[in-house]
Design a protein around this ligand. Structure first.
Ligand code: HEC
Ligand code: HEC
Ligand code: HEC
Ligand code: HEC
Length: 123
């Protein structure tokens, strides 16, 4: 009897251990996300799919996720005027040599679109 109780307890603990991380980590949205500037857009919208980026790690893009639960880039990259710098909205997506930016990663991996009209829809 004691033994069965012990085994049950151990099993319950194991299940909890495996299930907990899944409860805390937000899943990536399955549907495509249509991204557009919070300001006056000069370009058409960009459709981003997590499904097409399944081989990349969350933190390759959400590079501050250990410090902040906010998954929206523009929460921090909210300077719509500057094209360069840490707060620049534009730079977050086009920084040419950063693997965190759309363009930078596509360039360094030689995969994914790098032409404006392959990401931006016609306006
Ligand atoms: C790999 C995808 C990708 C490519 C290639 C790309 N962009 Fe973007 N761009 C984005 C994303 C994502 C945003 C943020 C969503 C938005 O504002 O449309 C953005 C936003 C912008 C913005 C700020 C918002 C606006 O509409 O004014 C400008 C300007 C811009 N892109 C210009 C360009 C130009 C010019 C090119 C080609 C030289 C280019 N982009 C190529 C992904 C891309
Ligand atoms: C290739 C880059 C990339 C990868 C990899 C990636 N994401 Fe994202 N994710 C984005 C972009 C871009 C957005 C849209 C952000 C925005 O609207 O500012 C986004 C949005 C999200 C959102 C919605 C945020 C909101 O409040 O609307 C969640 C949740 C999320 N991602 C979770 C994840 C998780 C979990 C993983 C890993 C399994 C992951 N992402 C992997 C780029 C990525
Ligand atoms: C919680 C705030 C925050 C969020 C959310 C965030 N960033 Fe950043 N980002 C920063 C800061 C601060 C820097 C300056 C360098 C550093 O501290 O890592 C930066 C730098 C960058 C850079 C350029 C330099 C580098 O480190 O490579 C790129 C590109 C970038 N972020 C893209 C993104 C993208 C794309 C997203 C959304 C998927 C995102 N960031 C979400 C705060 C944030
Ligand atoms: C860390 C690397 C990385 C980052 C960051 C990244 N991508 Fe990609 N992207 C890839 C790779 C690799 C592929 C090729 C995937 C494939 O063909 O299976 C790709 C493919 C794509 C495609 C083509 C999908 C298709 O239908 O074939 C689009 C569109 C795209 N990315 C948009 C974006 C946008 C927009 C962002 C920024 C918000 C972004 N990517 C950020 C690595 C990245």
């Amino acid at each position: 009897m004691k033994r069965i109780v012990m085994i049950t307890l151990v099993c319950a603990a194991l299940v909890g251990f495996v299930a907990l991380p899944a409860l805390f980590a937000a899943d990536a949205p399955k549907a495509d996300i249509v991204m557009k500037s919070p300001g006056a857009a000069t370009q058409g919208t960009v459709t981003f799919g997590h499904a097409k980026h399944g081989k990349q790690k969350c933190e390759d893009c959400h590079h501050k996720m250990k410090e902040s639960k906010d998954m929206k880039c523009a929460s921090c990259h909210n300077d719509l005027k500057e094209k360069k710098g840490d707060k620049s909205y534009y730079n977050a997506y086009h920084a040419p040599t950063s693997n965190h930016s759309c363009l930078g990663c596509h360039k360094s991996m030689k995969q994914g679109p790098t032409a404006c009209n392959k990401c931006h829809a016609k306006k």
